[in-house]
Design a protein around this ligand. Structure first.
Ligand SMILES: *Cc1c(COP(=O)(O)O)cnc(C)c1O
Length: 373
């Protein structure tokens, strides 16, 4: 999708906010614990490269991404720090992984055996960097038992073309008030560590929520994601451990303003009919920008006022009810502060019955990301 710069709709990304969120987290960490910034999915919609560069300036020492292509994007702009691909990379792509000096996740024995064959075929002199993933209760990817992890570690250590760089797990309930399942997972991870003769360079278990709300997490590195963008990982469930500053604002401008007579239909399907004389504004953002049709009935800020989205959200535009006439070009805020009013990404998530992670990711590529110092 082409990025549409010649239109007033923009996501403003505040680098200072990202920096501040990371700095605060680093200050709380024990000296020996490193922070890797998780910049998968275009940095949760904030832009992967800019987020990574900002995170580096704030003290991050490495990065996590979900896919091989996301890792390559960072290397192509000159990022030299360690990059771990958290999801499974097919062994057929390992020559690319080696070329770009990336670290990959080993999650099954079969994968390791296949990777071994592939590496023999490639004949690389540089060993493949591997992080063993232990599934302690997420049920997604990883080795299930301490014995399986131990066996995987020995397999890697016995392979001259493999380097055991990391061991990790992922918590599924770190953002909940009830800590019992988190403790079960933590105990399982400790049980794994207990059967290993040695540990690799990086041992890591913490996502943002674990770092924020669990003191005695294991490991010497954290994978810090959503909190970097100023979003509370728990939504409403737990108070922020320190004040997080939202990094993203979504803004646009009124492109047409008119007063309609009573009884006029708005939008496809005529789902809204003006009950009385009304000032109506049109805003150039729609579901193709990730502002979904379900946003009908939600509000947008104009001059500090909450203005309801009336009629169906179109692909590229939507209509709002204005309190009175406004000039074309008047700024509107979809996410962020406007006058004394504010709409947060959490508010949007609440309206959509989802989590802010999803809202951040759904702002489409068409919306330019503009970086502010
Ligand atoms: C996405 C992800 C993270 C980061 O999670 P946040 O909740 O955004 O901090 C960490 N680890 C893994 C394995 C992930 O997939």
């Amino acid at each position: 999708m082409v990025v549409t710069y010649h239109r007033p709709t923009r996501a403003l990304i505040h680098r200072k906010a990202i920096e501040e969120n990371i700095r605060q987290e680093i200050q709380r960490l024990p000296q020996e614990v490193e922070l890797f910034a998780v910049v998968k999915a275009q940095g949760y919609g904030h832009g992967a490269v800019a987020t990574a560069q900002t995170a580096l300036a704030a003290g991050a020492t490495g990065f996590c991404v979900a896919t091989l292509d996301e890792a390559i994007e960072l290397r192509e702009v000159g990022i030299v720090e360690p990059i771990l691909i958290l999801s499974v990379v097919f062994p057929s792509y390992l020559s690319l992984v080696l070329d770009y000096d990336l670290s990959v996740t080993a999650a099954t024995k079969d994968w390791l055996v296949e990777a071994q064959e592939m590496l023999a075929e490639i004949g690389s002199e540089i060993p493949l960097k591997l992080h063993i993933k232990a599934d302690t209760g997420m049920g997604r990817i990883g080795f299930l038992t301490p014995d399986e992890v131990r066996e995987a570690a020995l397999f890697i250590q016995d392979s001259p073309n493999m380097l055991w760089e990391g061991l990790f797990t992922h918590f599924s309930t770190a953002d909940e008030a009830d800590t019992s399942y988190w403790e079960l997972q933590n105990q399982r991870f400790k049980n794994i560590l207990a059967v290993l003769e040695e540990t690799p360079r990086y041992v890591h278990a913490s996502n943002s929520a674990t770092a924020l709300w669990h003191k005695d997490f294991p490991g010497n590195m954290i994978r810090y994601g959503v909190a970097m963008f100023g979003l509370n990982p728990s939504g409403h469930a737990l108070p922020e451990a320190y004040p997080l500053t939202p990094a993203l604002e979504l803004v646009s401008e009124l492109i047409q303003v008119k007063e309609l007579a009573p009884g006029e239909g708005i939008g496809y399907g005529e789902t809204y009919v003006t009950p009385e004389k009304e000032w109506v504004g049109t805003v150039p953002i729609g579901y193709a920008d990730g502002w979904l049709r379900k946003m009908q009935g939600f509000s947008i800020l104009v001059d500090g006022n909450f203005c309801e989205i009336i009629g169906r959200v179109c692909m590229d535009q939507l209509m709002i009810r204005l309190p009175h006439e406004y000039k074309v070009g008047t700024p509107v805020t979809l996410i962020g502060k406007n006058g004394a009013a504010e709409i947060t990404m959490q508010d949007v998530a609440d309206h959509l019955d989802t989590i802010h992670y999803e809202v951040a990711c759904m702002i489409s590529e068409r919306v330019p990301r503009i970086y502010k110092e």
